[in-house]
Design a protein around this ligand. Structure first.
Ligand code: NAD
Length: 720
């Protein structure tokens, strides 16, 4: 046995005097280790060295910050036939199978994230030890991109942890910390740091010279029983219905994962692995996974790398932030900013109101402590960064001001003037308005080039998106600084041009309105609500309207009508309007009043809701009800067509922003990959045809956007 380091393309092995090989995965030219032929060939070579009688065992670790981040999506997106993913998945498993069957102990020394294929490599080792860092992620997130673990994850996890736990890890895709992984038996141990990790791995090898995987032991018994067992039967009787109640069959990966685990629970290990590869191929070639990988991976990454940010200005950072208005939004923005280490001045008209805004953060943090997700020290550190105040002089030295006072032009103009008088000339002023055009608000500013819209969503601490609105005079420098701030607080920015309702509110409203229009036509409200959920939306349209409040929507419409009249433009009535007005007139203004389309606050815990029984008297259902698919098409086409118009009018500036904005902003069905990807997947030609049918039947609002008609004629789709 040589004592020298052997350099392979992706994996370097080193042996010490103790006869233990340390193989370090370090894919050249890539920031992370990803599973592909190169990495697997490296592992194969390392495993081959175990044949040397002097070698006692192998430690598999990584030279990068992560252990291994998972599958190589670039490679996957090039696959066109099901054979390719099937073969690739089988090839990976042949190497892993050889590793676990060669007779000597192999330990995964997990120094960083072990996700997807990375965890599967670790599962094929005889033991796993990880550094005990709560930020280190372990899990099988494939399902979130419409895929399933194709490297044995759906087989090894259930055999190691039991069917229920294994299924949950694969089908939900949530990651866990090393502490949690150790608690459930996924890890043999945790370590303090890298040195401790390797020392513990070596000790494990010394103590287990004849390591064997549990499933290769002839006496192997499934923890909790296999798919045929009593426990298995009980689980499989309900698991599919639980999954379908959430996914409505829109996520084929969830079904394929269940099938792979179920069938694997009836088969021997090698046959089960082959079954898994077939389901993997089915996932890879599914439209849902193509949609999700395109948008939630490629487009999201492009946005995070600054695709929509002007290239010129240097990267900026906010050190001190001023927030005007400590209400629901101001309080939330203070929290997410202080969490990112920013000093926050939280200003309101009275000290009491300002203090209340800060108390919002205290409430969130106290809850987090209760749940074990934070500590009193962390809470106090965060709270010390928020200063509630009524004095404008405290805003001196702020790099950025975010205005979140009442939605009233005069109030906004007043606070803008007062704040600007205390700021340096290069400070940025942002408004969190949800409806007022930014260019108009900027008229109150002495430096409109520094004025921008930063539209947060409620609740701010949970919603991942910020819609950045560029006014007519907003400079590139200002946009860049707004963009950098959004990334600094860990949110995702999309950039849109100034327009009524901007992008997200404008498109989102079409979903609600279409649902209400159906009610007016005599579609049963239960069918409408069900169609929203079946379409993959997080909330059905009538319930959502109640949440938003009918009176607010009516108020916004009336304002729009007035503004359009002032501009000499005509306003086109939507059939939903008369319904909203009728309900508002009888006091059914939505959730905040306890009554709208639903009666709210009912049931034993006072938290339930049910459709208002009188609704079907006001709008009697027609004897002939349309199919659910017809309703789903209407709900989706209404949104998608409006999104295409926004793109056509350059309101939303890029395809990526339109897609990500739709999923992160208002929960547009993620499996569709976003509002414009919907058209790509449907096919622009087919889309135009169907939109025209809907227009003929339900109104001109369905007439396909001119841009899509043009794309269809030219055989193009939305590209980015
Ligand atoms: P809110 O009523 O909860 O809070 C407004 C706060 O501003 C109050 O605390 C009030 O005392 C304070 N305020 C009023 N006039 C002031 C002044 N002259 N100086 C300082 N403070 C003053 O309202 P909110 O829901 O937080 O909304 C604030 C802004 O955010 C609005 O423009 C709204 O359109 C926008 N917005 C709201 C949501 C939402 O879901 N609520 C979403 C996006 C954007």
């Amino acid at each position: 046995m040589s004592n020298q380091a052997v350099t392979l393309t992706a994996v370097t092995t080193k042996s010490g005097d103790d006869g233990i090989l340390v193989a370090t995965m370090n894919l050249p030219g890539r920031p992370m280790n990803v599973v592909g032929d190169e990495l697997m060939a490296g592992i194969q070579t390392a495993v081959d060295q175990l044949a040397d009688p002097a070698v006692k065992g192998l430690i598999l670790t990584s030279g990068k910050a992560d252990f291994c981040a998972g599958g190589d999506l670039d490679r996957m997106s090039k696959w066109t036939t099901p054979q390719e993913p099937f073969e690739a998945s089988m090839a990976m498993k042949r190497v892993l199978r050889k590793m676990e069957l060669q007779g000597k102990p192999v330990v995964a020394a997990i120094n960083g994230h072990a996700l997807g294929g990375g965890l599967e490599i670790a599962l094929a080792c005889h033991a796993r030890i990880a550094i005990d860092d709560p930020r280190l992620k372990i899990g099988q997130p494939e399902v979130k991109l419409g895929l399933l673990p194709g490297g044995g994850g759906t087989q090894r996890l259930p055999r190691l942890l039991g069917i229920q736990q294994g299924l949950q890890i694969c089908a939900e895709g949530n990651d866990m910390s090393p502490a949690k992984a150790r608690q459930i038996g996924l890890l043999a141990d945790t370590a303090k740091d890298r040195d401790d990790l390797i020392a513990k791995a070596k000790a494990w090898i010394a103590a287990n010279p004849k390591a064997q995987q549990p499933w290769d032991n002839p006496k192997f018994k499934w923890p909790g029983g296999d798919s045929r067992s009593e426990g298995g039967k009980q689980l499989w009787a309900i698991a599919p219905s639980i999954a379908n109640a959430k996914s409505f069959g829109n996520y084929p990966a969830v079904q394929h994962i269940m099938s792979a685990v179920f069938e694997g629970g009836l088969l021997d290990f090698d046959a089960a692995c082959e079954v898994e590869s077939r389901y993997f191929a089915a996932c890879v070639t599914s439209q849902a996974s193509k949609n999700m990988i395109n948008t939630l991976w490629y487009q999201l990454n492009a946005i995070k790398k600054g695709a929509s940010r002007p290239k010129g200005p240097a990267a900026g950072k906010v050190g001190k932030l001023g927030i005007l208005g400590a209400g629901m939004m101001g309080g939330g923005i203070a929290y997410v900013s202080a969490r990112a280490g920013i000093d926050v001045m939280l200003l309101d008209t009275t000290q009491e109101a300002a203090d209340k805004g800060k108390a919002y953060s205290q409430g969130l943090l106290d809850k987090a402590i209760q749940k074990g997700r934070s500590t009193p020290e962390k809470r106090d550190a965060l709270l010390s960064r928020i200063k509630p105040t009524t004095r404008y002089d405290d805003l001196k030295g702020c790099d950025l001001i975010i205005e979140a006072v009442f939605e009233d032009r005069a109030v906004k103009a007043d606070v803008t003037k007062q704040a600007e008088a205390r700021l340096e000339s290069d400070a940025v002023f942002a408004s969190n308005t949800s409806t007022l055009p930014i260019t108009g608000l900027a008229a109150a500013s002495v430096r409109p080039a520094n004025f921008i819209g930063l539209h947060f969503f409620s609740p701010v601490d949970k919603m991942p998106l910020v819609e950045i609105i560029v006014g007519k005079q907003t400079s590139d420098e200002t946009l860049a600084r707004g963009f950098d701030y959004v990334l600094q607080i860990g949110k995702t920015p999309i950039v849109v041009n100034d327009s009524r309702g901007f992008y997200t509110s404008r498109v989102f409203a079409t979903y609600i309105s279409e649902g209400i229009a159906m009610l007016k036509e005599g579609v049963h409200p239960r069918a409408i609500e069900q169609a929203g959920l079946q379409a993959g939306m997080p909330m059905p349209p009538l319930a959502l309207q109640d949440e938003v409040s009918l009176s607010l929507s009516m108020h916004v419409r009336e304002q729009t009508k007035k503004d359009l009249a002032a501009e000499g433009k005509t306003y086109v009535d939507h059939p939903a309007e008369s319904v909203t007005r009728q309900l508002v007139e009888i006091g059914r203004i939505g959730k905040k009043a306890g009554k709208g389309f639903y009666d709210w606050g009912i049931g034993p815990d006072g938290k339930g809701k049910q459709l208002w029984p009188e609704l079907t008297k006001m709008y009697p259902p027609k004897p002939e009800q349309p199919s659910q698919q017809e309703l789903i098409d209407r709900l989706m086409f209404a949104q998608v067509n409006e999104a295409a118009r926004c793109y056509e009018e350059n309101v939303v500036r890029s395809v990526a922003d339109a897609n990500i904005g739709s999923i992160f902003g208002w929960g547009f069905a993620p499996f569709q990959g976003g509002a414009l990807q919907f058209i790509n997947a449907y096919g622009p030609g087919r889309f135009v045809e169907r939109a025209r049918q809907l227009a003929k039947q339900y109104g001109a609002r369905f007439e396909p956007a001119a841009l899509v008609v043009k794309m269809a004629a030219e055989g193009r789709s939305f590209a980015e």
